[in-house]
Design a protein around this ligand. Structure first.
Ligand code: ZN
Length: 102
């Protein structure tokens, strides 16, 4: 486990997969605060640590999403202003929407 409670194998897999924000596609930066990679639980449940619930997104998106459900957050002003929607998000997020939307 890393310090966020994410198993190391999952961390490695996700770091390989997500090279940019899964929501807004900002390439990650280690120096610029807003573009730092942060751990995201797509479903806001820290107990779900499978690779399909763990993703990397930028600090801005993470702060904006907070603990809103994904579908609700995608309808937010923040997403509208950044052109983030069900069609623009990374595949991992699309898979979620397909799997969990009613
Ligand atoms: Zn982002």
């Amino acid at each position: 486990m890393n310090k966020w409670g994410i198993p190391i194998v999952i961390e490695i897999l996700v770091r390989e997969r997500d090279k940019e924000c899964v929501y807004c596609h900002t390439p990650f930066s280690i120096s610029e605060r807003k573009r730092k990679a942060s751990w995201e639980h797509i479903i806001n449940d820290i107990r779900i640590t499978s690779a399909d619930n763990i993703a990397l997104c930028c600090v801005s998106c993470n702060a904006s999403k907070g603990n809103k459900p994904l579908a609700v957050w995608l309808g937010s002003k923040y997403c509208a202003s950044k052109n983030i929607n069900a069609n623009t998000v990374a595949q991992i997020v699309k898979d979620h929407l397909r799997k969990y939307s009613p």
